[in-house]
Ligand binder design. Structure first.
Ligand code: NAP
Length: 283
């Protein structure tokens, strides 16, 4: 437990709801390990209170904060500066206090790329299931990693067209869910960004058994969901000895990237990962 003093600097996370957030667990574990005088606390901020909260944060000299649902887009007009990456994604998940005012970025892209960035993805094909907020970070990440083709599959024809229009990427194309089986056998990376299979719906997968059998043996299955671990989707992949990556590492690495911005120090991601695994009962 950190000892809070008169000099302790505050960090936090805003969301509505916020009780479920795992961020205080991993950030405070890292802060304790780093032996720095910071504390990271949850703030339950309702949408109608966002403006007031941000003004108040400046008054109390909050050093920075994480942003979760439903504020990731609505916070953007309230910030003085937004990084190009957050603009491309269309959402901010990390804010810090500077001389110029509040600055925002998005570290989900760094988090997503972390477990797969050492490989060469040039001339590879990515297939992304879902077209929500997290899918935007995944598209930006796949683009940065150099994928030749990025295919996004969504259930709502209108929404996926709108999604396509919001990017100017030659490598990106969007498809309806009915076309999924066409692209599965071609994909080198299949990413689930839908909440299908998330606890308590642990018996669900975005893919039927027949669809799961279409994934290439040397492909990677990546699920952004971190509870349960593994998800049904990842179990389907593992049954065929296909490499499976769960969402915990993305969660850890997006948090580590944020803490590095706030503290300007190297962050012990090992401690953050361990604290979450223990908290979630994985070890
Ligand atoms: P979101 O903005 O609500 O997007 C969810 C997407 O899934 C939407 O495109 C939605 O389709 C689609 N979808 C939902 N139910 C579906 C179904 N039954 N069939 C087909 N498509 C369906 O949510 P998000 O913020 O992107 O989060 C998505 C998931 O990623 C959540 O499980 C979240 O926990 C996880 N996540 C993990 C991390 C991490 O660090 N590991 C970070 C962010 C998110 P419509 O657009 O048609 O509604």
């Amino acid at each position: 437990m950190n000892r809070i003093t008169g000099k302790t600097k505050l960090l936090g996370v805003i969301g509505d709801p916020i009780e479920h957030s795992l961020s205080p667990i991993m950030h405070n574990a890292a802060i304790a390990q780093m032996q720095i005088d910071f504390a990271y606390v949850p703030f339950h901020i309702r949408p109608e209170d966002l403006n007031t909260a941000i003004a108040g944060f400046r008054a109390i000299d909050l050093r920075g904060f994480s942003v979760t649902i439903p504020h990731k887009q609505t916070i953007m007009p309230l910030l003085s500066e937004i990084t190009d990456v957050a603009r491309a994604i269309g959402a901010v998940n990390t804010v810090w206090n500077s001389d110029r005012g509040w600055c925002g970025t998005n570290t989900d892209i760094v988090g997503f790329m972390a477990p797969i960035r050492e490989r060469d993805w040039k001339s590879s094909i990515a297939l992304i299931l879902g077209n929500g907020g997290a899918a935007r970070a995944v598209v930006a990440g796949c683009n940065q990693l150099g994928f030749a083709e990025i295919h996004v599959v969504g259930r709502n024809a209108e929404k996926i067209q709108e999604f396509a229009r919001s990017w100017s990427l030659d490598s990106l194309s969007v498809h309806t869910w009915e076309q999924l089986s066409e692209f599965l056998p071609r994909a080198d990376l299949v990413v689930n960004t839908t909440p299908i299979g998330m606890s308590p719906n642990s018996d669900q997968s975005p893919l039927t058994e027949e669809q799961a059998n279409l994934i290439k043996p040397n492909a990677i299955a990546y699920d952004l969901i971190y509870v349960p671990n593994p998800t049904k989707f990842l179990q389907q992949a593992q049954q065929r000895e296909i490499e499976a990556i769960d969402g915990l590492e993305m969660l850890v690495q997006q948090g580590a990237a944020a803490l590095e911005i706030w503290t300007e120090q190297t962050v012990p991601d090992v401690v953050m990962r361990r604290s979450l695994r223990v908290h979630l009962g994985f070890e």
